[in-house]
Design a protein around this ligand. Sequence first.
Ligand code: ZN
Length: 221
Amino acid sequence: MFKDMTNPRSFPQMNMANNVARQKVLRESELDRIERNKQFPVIIVQGFGFRPQFNQHDKIHVDGPLCPSSLSKDKQCLAELSGDNIESVKAHCDVCGKNYEMPHSFQKFRQIAHKAYDGFVNSQAEIITLDVPYDAIKKEGEDETRKIRIKWSQKDGRNQAIIYFIKKDEGNGKKAHLFADFDREEVRHDSSDIHPEKYLAKITAEFKNTNVNIEYKKKEE
Ligand SMILES: [Zn+2]
């Protein structure tokens, strides 16, 4: 008996092996896609979508602008927009048919999106500030019973002032301290230390954009 070697159907085992190989390729490309989606989310910059990718030289390249049109409640078109040339600010979606006037030309917009993506990546890294001397005491004042001390400090790259209130007869280095965080424009205290309400009735801080007013309930002595 003679079997046609070129027809895989006559060899069920070989056919199965092909199927397994095909499934493997499909699974790997699916894993690739999931990996890429995790590593390179679609980013929205000034209302338009962009997609960071690796180019052939393993450098990050940003595709886009992508169509921001909503197809349904939670689905956007995100097809790559077309235009006459890279200097044009007029864009057209070949998929959903919408026309756009973009805030920048294709070329400029891609550069801005690239910078925005780099900024996003940078924001996820640990930040170490080198431009503020850690623990530098800026001001200190005292009388017989009390001492106040203000220090510059940094936490996670944010600049803050620490204000210490020390009652001398408290002893054992006990103190209350407040953090004035200039980047977040907020005032906090260290809950493991003496509560500032023990020394203060009211805290007012004026930052560039925010005013913070904290009033502690007056304790009956
Ligand atoms: Zn579209």
